[in-house]
Write a protein that binds this ligand. Sequence first.
Ligand SMILES: *Cc1c(COP(=O)(O)O)cnc(C)c1O
Length: 425
Amino acid sequence: MSETRDWLTEGLPHIWLPYTQMKTSPAPLTVVSAQGVRIRLADGRGLIDGISSWWTACHGYGHPHIRAAVEAQLADLPHVMFAGLVHEPALRLASRLSALLPGDLERVFFTESGSVAVEVALKMAIQYWRNKGQPEKQRIAYFRHAYHGDTFATMALCDPDEGMHALFSGSMPDQIMAELPSDETMRRAFDLLLETHAERLAAVIIEPLVQGAGGMKMHDAATLAFISEACRRHEVLLIADEIMTGFGRSGQMFACQEAGVVPDIICLSKALTGGTLPLAATVARRHVFEAFLADDPTAALMHGPTYMANALACAAANASLDLFEREPRREQVAMIEAQLRAELGPCRELSGVADVRVKGAIGAVELTGAVDLDDLRRRFAELGVWVRPFGNVVYLMPPFVISAGDLATLTSAVHQVLGERAQRL
Ligand SMILES: *Cc1c(COP(=O)(O)O)cnc(C)c1O
């Protein structure tokens, strides 16, 4: 234990944490291991993870099948550059993703993070039109409440009012924000927006069915289908950012499938490796890829992260896909959905609660009034659960392997903490 204190007290003054006011926020908790749905802390406590480590750990922690795959890969080939060289785990993964994805989404470009996967999708979309002789189609439309990443191009596609990137607005490209066309009037408005901008618009980007970090907002499959149809009509590419929704989280393997939509480009990351190693994929339909085939070398896609298609990460992703085949993930998500509906629903009665939304293994409680995030987070940890609300949303996105008992502990902690808050309002 004294050893723990050494690295902790010596290391903490050198760490800069994400989205954190380092002056005022409480000290982070120290994790020593994680197994199943439990995160084990240095002080001996175990917390039930209610948010799957930022929505990645869909199989829980320490699944022996993923560990064995990564260990075997480590012995053979942890990494090799992916230009001019390829390897089995990446090619297997590419063909498996193509088979799983709808339609002819069949060309996979690997990167290492979600934001970069979106950046690559944007480059693909803009260069697609350039290669087709329409270089003026360069702008991107996105939706209110969107979140597509933290890098500069992706920040420009996050909700300008509620997003976390407003302070950089002067240094970002100016993109076009649309409202989600959820009724007839808004559908006409969306159609008009595409018509007005079509000549300069390369793509529309959307988080299908559930907008995540922008507030866990949900829309129906008909809205998504309408957006897809409108994009086709106006000759604008559709990019689906399924970094959060992909791999079963919303109920189907990919959220687009619920609406029968085949986007031109899809972005995947987060649960791709089951929460073990960083990896992302941008997958294009055949016609998008074919627009890059030419004798002109400048028609090629000019992107290539150093660690793209890392072999360890690809091995982990293949093992994660094995688990979707071998273990009952779809059934587990359906059971989690039913339980979240039943057990988070009563939060609607609490004062200070604006809305409760559930979709697949995602349950969100939207709050009204000022929210003391540090205080809520502290209370959750005291109750033995790891739940980390953001903005005005308390949400649960547990590992799919969670037991009904552990999920009940999470939902009752949410009800209790929001009940305590209601008393103070
Ligand atoms: C998390 C997320 C991203 C960004 O992924 P990073 O790996 O954090 O860069 C982009 N889009 C969506 C929908 C996300 O949930």
